[in-house]
Write a protein that binds this ligand. Structure first.
Ligand code: ZN
Length: 463
């Protein structure tokens, strides 16, 4: 057990003041237990700075003392990157939660890192604009966490991952140097794009304190369809068909495999599924545009043509808010399957033409070990991202490394990615070489060494 020196503790307390300092039993569970739960360790201290200056002073002091720090946002990550480890100080950005500016002319919003995603979405909507990042944890995750994990979500097909929704970032380096990259210039080819070092690096290269986010026009039309589809080849053809038929209006292409659809039907009691359970695949297609009457007509025509081409066997279309909500609830139901027991969840990326095979093969290999396994596949297939949920019995938690090995081995064979949108954290560390070459990992290590020579920032995450 590492213990903090009294001098460093006093110095840190002086930096953040009484409101920003917590120790021992005053540290709430939400600041050390993340969504992955089981790995909770209470941090040596919890610091809650209010300004970039305070973050810089904290890092400078910890850099000089060689004291490791675990930066944290809303603690909703799925790879245990933010949960503190033995001897670490937790640094929460929860008090840096101001929306600094919404600028309609440049279509940007400048925010502090601790602003919850939902607040950003609502603030943008108030100005008649859209911040397109959206994911289930919207109410509790924060933009700093979204940035440091490069979060994905449901509308990546149209707007890109978080990385593509940011113009400028202010971040603090491990030694306390502030890198002020806050600007609103969409075109800025002045050498390295430094903000990208902080985005998706899970707090290992610096701590993001502020960001300038890109806003989009608020769509004025929305239509959603749930389609029953006969095989994965048709799913892939339906994607191509929707891309050409809907053009820029295509805003989601989500797929639920039959195994997941049945789990939703049986285990998510507040839902009644709109299509019979017999189809091998269910595709949720969404269109959002700026021309209400015309967009819905285009959407209906596009799906009608898909039916004529026999790409879909049955379709339900929703064009009112309440009906749209009901169809999305079916897709969101995939994350609410309970009653089977603990479901271990996976997030991988594959080329779309490998995905049909992947679904069959992964089930086959898992069943060879656990014939009674309950598993389901679903995901953002328009972006090549598939999620797998699995329960192999009462000892699922103990088996997770064995399940990991089977799934990631197949992903490696297919040249996919062991992490599509959740990151690496501590949970996927051992499998990083399945998706990144030795040379790539060596370059990542050189960056880490250059930017955090004392190794204080989220050590042991990613590699
Ligand atoms: Zn997802």
């Amino acid at each position: 057990m590492l213990s903090l020196s009294a001098a460093l503790t006093a110095e840190l307390q002086a930096i953040v003041g009484p409101g920003g300092f917590r120790a021992g039993a005053d540290i709430e569970e939400k600041n050390y237990r993340d969504m992955m739960g089981a790995r909770a360790i209470v941090p040596s201290l919890l610091l809650r700075p209010e300004t970039t200056g305070q973050v810089a002073a904290i890092l400078k002091a910890c850099h000089n003392a060689g004291q490791p720090i675990a930066p944290q946002g809303g603690m909703t990550g799925l790879v245990s990157a933010a949960a503190p480890q033995e001897g670490e100080i937790a640094l929460s950005l929860e008090r840096m939660n101001r929306v600094i500016e919404v600028d309609r002319l440049t279509a940007t919003m400048t925010v502090e890192a601790g602003v919850p995603l939902q607040v950003i979405q609502e603030q943008a909507a108030e100005e008649g604009m859209l911040f397109p990042l959206d994911l289930g944890a919207r109410g509790s995750c924060t933009i700093g966490g979204n940035l440091s994990t490069n979060a994905g979500g449901n509308r990546v097909i149209r707007y890109g991952m978080t990385r593509e929704l940011v113009i400028g970032v202010e971040a603090v380096l491990a030694d306390g140097t502030v890198i002020n990259g806050l600007h609103k210039l969409r075109k800025n080819n002045t050498g390295y794009d430094l903000k990208q070092l902080f985005i998706g690096s899970e707090g290992t290269l610096g701590i993001i304190t502020k960001a300038v986010l890109k806003l989009e026009a608020m769509p004025r039309s929305q239509a959603v369809a749930l389609c029953g589809v006969g095989d994965f080849k048709q799913v892939a053809e339906l994607l191509v068909h929707s891309q050409s038929g809907l053009g820029g209006n295509l805003s989601a292409f989500e797929v639920i495999w039959n195994n997941t659809y049945r789990l939703i039907d049986q285990h998510v009691s507040h839902l009644s599924v709109p299509l019979p359970v017999e189809f091998p695949f269910y595709v949720l297609v969404e269109s959002m545009g700026s021309n209400p009457g015309q967009d819905v007509e285009q959407f209906v025509d596009c799906l009608g043509a898909a039916a004529e081409k026999k790409l879909v066997d049955e379709v339900v279309i929703a064009d009112t808010d309440s009906k749209i909500e009901k169809l999305w609830a079916v897709r969101d139901g995939a994350a609410e399957v309970i009653g089977v027991g603990y479901m271990h969840a996976y997030d991988v990326s594959l080329n779309i033409d490998d995905m049909g095979y992947f679904g069959e093969e992964v089930e086959c290999r898992l069943r060879a070990v656990w014939p009674e396994a309950v598993l389901g596949l679903f995901g953002h297939i328009g972006d090549g991202n598939v999620h797998i949920i699995i329960n192999v019995g009462p000892d699922t938690r103990d088996c997770h490394l064995q399940i990991d090995e089977i799934i990631y081995q197949l992903v490696q064979e297919l040249h996919g990615s062991v992490s599509a949108e959740h990151g690496i954290g501590t949970m996927k560390k051992a499998f990083l070489p399945y998706s990144k070459s030795e040379a790539e990992i060596a370059l990542m290590r050189s960056l880490k060494q250059a930017m955090d020579p004392a190794g204080i920032l989220n050590p042991g995450r990613i590699f």
